[in-house]
Write a protein that binds this ligand. Structure first.
Ligand code: URP
Ligand code: ZN
Ligand code: ZN
Ligand code: ZN
Length: 467
């Protein structure tokens, strides 16, 4: 049975265009667009019509960096695939790409199968996986090729977290050489973790145990140095490189210099680096623990460089690095020792709204909003044009967005499974009203009408953003 949905009268915004158009959806896909009021659009009939007058009609968000249920820092991220994808939907995100983890001494296959099982039947919106490589060796290098064929076309490596996810330069180079050969995209956590661990030990020995010292030991220079080194290793390997969670101006400069040379080097930043700062890490009591993530929050001056990078395309993507830990019982593990605070911030529900606020404030255009939050992450990770745009043939992942309504972000009203909001009390203009995932309503007029298991694993092609 074919179902037809018609979205009438909204302003359709994609990375490429803005037009007052009606959108026809058939069998879960965009069937056609036609100018609002045109004869063609007037002739369309549908089983369900959504009035989008005075609203934006935008592609569902693509959040290319989440960690649902991640075991980390002696505990596990508090959102499950069920609660986290439901919260994503509330915030207008209809695709997440989460990270499956290879444990040291285990195969990629085993790690990936564990993550397939965690997500299967649980998700409200569609999902894909990147693979975290914790143990690069002959066997796992061979497995990378197979994963690319299976639709897992990106691999995260860590220059940070020695003894956990860390890879040395030799292992990194070998994984990059492999990705140059198999089309995979290496995603880099660029911080010099060996040097950071020395500074952590020295800080703790001086009695510097508060959350704010997390920001002090994870120095800007050590992010910039690792970013530079990752770029040089990628050049040696002839591989493209995507640097995750860029937080420091000096790291953006490294990316900009590489891009000026025409290299396939890309950068992602996250809302926390655009809107929060070391001022939050320094909040009195133990409140600063709520803002402990890596790379860390930076002094406020860095925000301007990140916004500039987003405007000049030295940074291409804003993802959340959603990795929530409750204040009570989880962040508290690090009372008296900042290095034991589980690293990560909640945000999957807030990204589209925070970036829309940047549109309201004139920092980025509406089309750039959709580009950095929907279209480019889809292209970067091989999901385009199935995801990230509104065009005939694309999945009907569509958000009806009210750009006028004001809302106050708060843990009291959010849907993420975490007991605080990193943006508590912040007022933003704009809110998701209705969300369709492959044509099915998931949020209708701010009521959740989706279901666990609607979201399916979405295999990805290789990067579609290369020079
Ligand atoms: O603090 C963070 N970012 N936690 C998640 C793990 C990572 O490095 O992305
Ligand atoms: Zn990371
Ligand atoms: Zn992450
Ligand atoms: Zn309105």
């Amino acid at each position: 049975m074919s179902t037809r949905t018609l979205i009438r009268g909204g302003l359709v915004v994609t990375a490429a265009d803005e037009l007052h158009a009606d959108v026809l959806i058939e069998d879960g896909r965009i069937a056609a667009l036609a100018a609002h009021g045109s004869d063609a659009a007037a002739r369309w009939t549908a089983d369900r019509t959504i009035d989008a007058t005075d609203r934006y009609v935008i592609p569902g968000g693509v959040d290319a960096h989440t960690h649902m249920e991640l075991p980390f820092g002696g505990t596990s991220a508090s959102d499950t695939f069920e609660t986290g994808t439901r919260a994503a939907a509330w915030g207008g995100t209809t695709t997440i790409v989460d990270f499956a983890v290879q444990s040291v001494g285990r195969s990629l296959r085993e790690g990936l199968d564990t993550w397939y099982a965690k997500a299967d039947g649980k998700c409200a919106v569609d999902y894909g996986f990147h693979m975290i490589l914790s143990d690069v060796n002959e066997h796992t290098l061979g497995e990378m090729d197979k994963l690319v064929e299976e639709g897992i076309s990106s691999f995260k490596l860590f220059m940070a977290y020695p003894g956990v996810f860390y890879s040395d330069d030799g292992r990194i180079l070998r994984a990059m050489q492999r990705s140059a050969h198999n089309g995979g995209l290496i995603m880099m956590h660029a911080e010099n973790g060996i040097a950071i661990d020395v500074l952590v030990e020295q800080a703790l020995a001086r009695g510097e145990t508060d959350p704010r010292y997390h920001g002090e030991v994870r120095k800007v220079l050590l992010e910039a140095e690792a970013t530079h080194r990752a770029i040089q290793l990628a050049r040696v390997a002839g591989a493209p490189l995507y640097v995750v969670h860029v937080s420091a101006e000096e790291a953006v400069r490294e990316l900009a210099a590489a891009r000026d040379m025409g290299l396939n080097v890309f950068g992602e930043t996250c809302p926390q680096y655009l809107f929060l700062s070391t001022d939050n890490l320094a909040e009195p009591g133990f409140e600063g623990a709520k803002y402990v993530c890596s790379t860390p929050l930076r002094p406020r001056e860095h925000q301007e460089a990140l916004w500039r990078g987003l405007r000049t395309n030295d940074l291409q993507v804003v993802s959340t690095d959603h990795c929530p830990f409750c204040f009570k019982g989880q962040k508290e593990l690090g009372r008296g020792d900042f290095s034991k605070i589980p690293n990560g911030l909640p945000g999957v529900e807030n990204r589209m709204d925070l970036l829309h606020q940047a549109v309201v404030e004139g920092r980025i255009s509406r089309r750039r909003w959709i580009e950095i939050a929907c279209a480019t992450p889809a292209r970067m990770f091989g999901l385009y044009p199935q995801k990230g745009t509104i065009a005939p043939g694309a999945d009907a992942d569509v958000v009806i967005y009210d750009p006028h309504v004001r809302q106050t972000l708060s843990a009291a009203t959010h849907h993420m499974n975490v007991d605080y909001s990193a943006y508590e009390g912040k007022t933003v203009t704009g809110q998701v009203e209705t969300v369709l995932s492959r044509g099915e309503p998931v949020i209708e007029q701010r009521t959740f009408t989706g279901r666990a298991g609607h979201g399916v694993f979405t295999p990805r092609s290789t990067c579609q953003y290369l020079n």
